[in-house]
Write a protein that binds this ligand. Structure first.
Ligand SMILES: O=C(O)CCC(=O)C(=O)O
Length: 271
């Protein structure tokens, strides 16, 4: 059963709307953290599972996976029937919430590559304003092992920041936004921007708008993993939009352009 108590106060929702990201401390219980860690470690240990490497360095790997909830019962329960759908509904200000997908980002010790600056909506075949991600720390996250940074207010820029690569070849970090001349070529030059970097405890979550521009540092530690599990949700105003440039693996054949996205793959999880 979804919990019935309100999770966020008006200040939290206002902060999310204002800057495009909110640090929800202790959103996830220790029990869920332990259950999700177990699923993730088992996913990453199976040689032929569907996880993939964003990058493989000499020292540590940056691993990802997607749509775990579709095959794993623990992830399904967490994404559809934990505190999360309500958290998404409150932040989105939405009567209904769909699960879009879940996503894994694991930086093993020594996976020193940054996650390039980007925002998420340009990758996805949906449009609308009520799109968010809940990035859950399953380990302590510090500046040393891969903390995430966000450009405050960038969800209002109407920008598309879609790097050519997700990090390995830093010199190829060219974004659509960079190409359109809206911001300087490298985000290292972003001294005038209001950027927050979040250190987190296991069980904390960052809730951010699909348009907020963000990045993550590499994992420079020798012994701290950084397991991030992200669940993405959409609200009332979101429609299917299979335009050129979106990830092909996200396309859903049962939907037509401008359909509401509710279907087996993007189920309604809150109403
Ligand atoms: O965890 C990371 O390194 C990147 C996460 C991210 O970009 C996202 O969740 O959209």
């Amino acid at each position: 059963m979804a919990p019935s108590m309100q999770i966020f106060d008006t200040a939290a929702v206002a902060r999310y709307n204002d800057v495009g990201v909110y640090h929800a401390r202790g959103l996830i219980s220790n029990e869920w953290v332990a259950r999700l860690r177990a699923v993730i470690d088992s996913e990453l240990s199976i040689k032929k599972s569907k996880h993939f490497a964003f990058q493989e360095g000499e020292t540590g790997r940056f691993l990802g996976s997607q749509d775990l909830w579709r095959t794993d019962e623990t992830c399904r329960e967490f994404c559809t029937n934990s505190t999360l759908p309500r958290a998404a509904a409150e932040m989105l200000g939405s009567d209904e919430v769909n699960l879009f997908f879940d996503h894994l980002f694991v930086k093993e010790p020594g996976a020193s590559f940054d996650t390039s600056w980007h925002n998420d909506v340009p990758y996805w075949p949906i449009k609308g304003s009520q799109i968010l991600s809940i990035w859950i720390a399953l380990d302590r996250v510090t500046r040393e092992n891969g903390a995430l940074s966000f450009i405050n207010g960038s969800h209002r820029w109407n920008a598309k920041v879609q790097p050519a690569t997700f990090g390995e070849k830093a010199d190829q970090r060219r974004s659509m936004m960079e190409l359109s001349g809206q911001i300087p070529a490298e985000l290292g030059d972003y001294s005038s921007l209001d950027i927050d970097t979040f250190e987190m405890e296991a069980g904390d979550a960052l809730i951010f708008d699909g348009k907020t521009i963000h990045q993550a540092g590499g994992n420079h530690s020798t012994n701290m993993r950084r397991r991030g599990y992200v669940v993405r949700y959409t609200g009332d105003d979101v429609l299917y939009d299979p335009r050129p440039g979106v990830h092909k693996m996200m396309l859903e054949r049962s939907l037509a352009p401008n359909d509401r996205i509710t279907c087996e793959r993007f189920p309604l999880v809150w109403s």
